[in-house]
Ligand binder design. Structure first.
Ligand SMILES: Cc1cc2nc3c(=O)[nH]c(=O)nc-3n(C[C@H](O)[C@H](O)[C@H](O)COP(=O)(O)O)c2cc1C
Length: 222
């Protein structure tokens, strides 16, 4: 089955002056569309690609929990496969994709660890059960069966009972996050006859995603 991509497209004149403003605009559009029409589930779902020490690529989906001038970021287990692969190469790429809107964003760059303060602020805002799971799960490691996982959850639930206070569960040392310090941000907009728009911000100087002078814009063939 083939479907025609009849999106709005993206022209140079419509492009925001910085990658941050443009990505924020599209994320907000996706969130608004999900609220109105419900066809953009998890608008901040971010496919994160890594490469291991042997050069084998890997990919998984996380939720984009941070987006500011320092780059998009997510929270995860610092001992997980993805974190080990990030440690091996330092490189990171990620994509937001909104098929219902014929839009996608690609980020490429270097990984930077999210600071402890930011991580703690985010952790305490999570529901109690999610915070307990962060203790119970050694992400990416094998586990014998589901019962073993649930037993771990119950053990930590007894250790750190739900008191309704944000600090009833300590932040696990292994819980952290990564940000992509971008050198490239590509906006893809699907159009009729597969003649899509691809506008790319490429880093040409120092500065964040909100520094217009740090970026140049070019167009790629679809
Ligand atoms: C919609 C969605 C959201 C997810 N969000 C996260 C997340 O924010 N952080 C995370 O570590 N894993 C998240 N996961 C699980 C990851 O896809 C993955 O299974 C996990 O991080 C382990 O990956 P790894 O073994 O490559 O490190 C999410 C999965 C889905 C489908």
């Amino acid at each position: 089955m083939r479907s025609e991509y009849s999106g709005d497209g993206l022209s140079e004149s419509d492009l925001a002056s910085t990658p941050l403003a443009q990505v924020r605009r599209w994320v907000e559009d996706a969130q608004a569309r999900q609220a109105e029409r419900g066809d953009v589930a998890e608008p901040t779902a971010l496919a994160v690609a890594t490469v291991d020490a042997d050069g084998r690529p890997n990919v998984r989906t996380v939720l984009m929990r941070f987006l500011d001038e320092r780059g998009p970021g997510f929270v995860t287990d610092l001992g997980s496969t993805k974190s080990r692969e990030i440690g091996a190469t330092g490189g990171l790429a990620a994509a937001l994709t909104w098929p219902a809107m014929f839009r996608a964003v690609r980020f490429r760059g270097r990984a930077v660890a999210v600071g402890r303060e930011e991580i703690t602020a985010y952790f305490v805002a999570r529901p109690w059960g999610s915070r307990i799971s962060a203790w119970a799960s050694d992400q990416s490691e094998p586990v014998a069966d589901r019962a073993a996982l649930v037993a771990g959850f119950m053990r930590y639930a007894a250790l750190y009972p739900d008191t309704g206070s944000p600090d009833d569960v300590p932040v696990p040392d292994a819980w952290g996050g990564w940000r992509i310090e971008c050198d490239e941000v590509e906006l893809w907009a699907g159009r009729r006859n597969r003649l899509h728009d691809r506008l790319v911000f490429t880093r040409v100087g120092d500065g964040g995603l909100d520094t217009a002078d740090a970026w140049t814009v070019s167009r790629r063939q679809p």
